[in-house]
Design a protein around this ligand. Structure first.
Ligand code: NAI
Length: 358
């Protein structure tokens, strides 16, 4: 059986750190195991264009393993060429780089290692919330420059206590963020999600559901985005919706870059309407060198907490999603049923309710 994995290049770091399992070098720790059973295992980071390893090997691979951190974009057109492809496994969480509707049409299963990195992301969200609200990045840059001007930083530094914080999407990550926000004594915790939280879960974190999106954003001092990217969320935070955000609001997006309109967001930040934006996800990955989100700033020269896509790929998370990928492979190879929570697209239909309402 031919198994193709598109992973990120780990370079020297991966040679020196074997726990970087999600890299081309360390191959999710499954190379020996797969090859000892006689399977062919191709691992590469080359994913763009007709000459890429991705496009070359997809034509006869039966199993495709991809990662959201270096997404191999599996389009409908590529699926049509992938005559043997039966199953796509996302080593991590978030399968928007795969055309899920096309997977349904082609009877290709799509699975994720659900839950594998949700704590990792929720912790990153907490860090990003604090670094924006407290104006951390410009403060650190000032120190590195050798300067010391407290007022320059303090004029845009606040406490999280007393603020209204809302999560757009209250699934595994969104809910964990709400849990972690509790001890900060926010004024109110809100959520917007077409799937309401069970009453006891909402009560236990003290979160109130707001059913209208504009209403939701207009009430929040800070919005954290925690929903998958699908046709209903692509470009959801656009110029029109941004007008409904409170002036001076912060946005943290560790879900997917394309949920926010790149240029509308940068413009809202520059104008001062949005005070800060932080996250690790980009509309194209790797982000081009001149991507405006790398350098965009608020009207005071701060408000940018962007990093490369790594919140869900801590070493702890890599161990979990590498194990989870192996478990999905084992089930497939031994024709055993998959864990229901991991199935995004099953036999010709969506099994997950998180990728849009249908
Ligand atoms: P989940 O499936 O547990 O929760 C997603 C929630 O979003 C569900 O409650 C769903 O109903 C809700 N949702 C879907 N469409 C919505 C919409 N239009 N408006 C409001 N809510 C909507 O997923 P989980 O584990 O919480 O992950 C969420 C997303 O976070 C992933 O799909 C992925 O894109 C991203 N992620 C990012 C990582 C990173 O490293 N930056 C790592 C892991 C996940």
């Amino acid at each position: 059986m031919k198994v193709l994995a598109i992973l990120y290049q780990g370079g020297e770091a991966a040679t020196n750190e074997p726990r970087l399992l999600g890299t081309v070098e360390n191959k999710l720790g499954i190379q020996q195991w797969l090859e000892s059973q006689g399977h062919e295992f191709i691992v590469s980071s080359s994913k763009e264009g007709p000459d890429s390893d991705f496009q070359k090997h997809i034509v006869d691979a039966e199993i495709l393993i991809t990662t959201p951190f270096h997404p191999g974009y599996l389009t409908r057109e590529l699926m049509e060429k992938a005559k043997n492809l039966k199953i796509c496994i996302t080593a991590g969480v978030g399968s928007d780089h795969i055309d899920l509707d096309a997977a349904v049409d082609h009877n290709i299963q799509v699975l994720e290692v659900s839950g594998s990195n949700v704590v990792s992301v929720a912790e990153h969200v907490m860090m990003s919330i604090l670094l924006l609200v407290r104006n951390f990045v410009p403060a650190h840059e000032m120190i590195e420059r050798g300067d010391w001007q407290v007022s320059e930083i303090a004029r845009n530094a606040f406490d999280l206590e007393g603020k209204v914080v809302g999560t757009l999407g209250a699934g595994r990550i969104g809910y964990r963020v709400l849990q972690r926000l509790q001890p900060f004594n926010c004024k109110e915790l809100l959520y917007y999600d077409y799937a309401p939280l069970p009453a006891a879960a909402a009560e236990s974190v003290g979160a109130r559901r707001v059913e209208d999106l504009k209403e939701f954003v207009s009430q929040c001092d800070l919005v954290t985005v925690n929903c998958p990217l699908h046709e209903g969320t692509r470009g959801l935070i656009n110029a029109d919706l941004l007008k409904h955000f409170k002036k001076g609001a912060w946005i943290v997006n560790t879900a997917r870059g394309a949920i926010c309109d790149k240029d509308a967001l940068a413009a809202a930040l520059a104008s001062g309407h949005i005070n800060g934006y932080a996250g690790d996800v980009w509309n194209v990955q790797p982000a081009p060198k001149d991507h405006i989100w790398r350098t965009m700033k608020n009207h005071l020269g701060g408000g940018n907490g962007m990093v490369p896509h790594y919140s869900g790929t801590t070493l702890d998370a890599q161990a979990r999603y590498a194990n989870g990928t192996k478990a999905i492979l084992e089930n497939y190879l031994q024709s055993r049923p998959q864990e229901p929570q991991n199935i995004i697209v099953g036999d010709g239909r969506y099994e997950s309710k998180a990728y849009g309402q249908r």
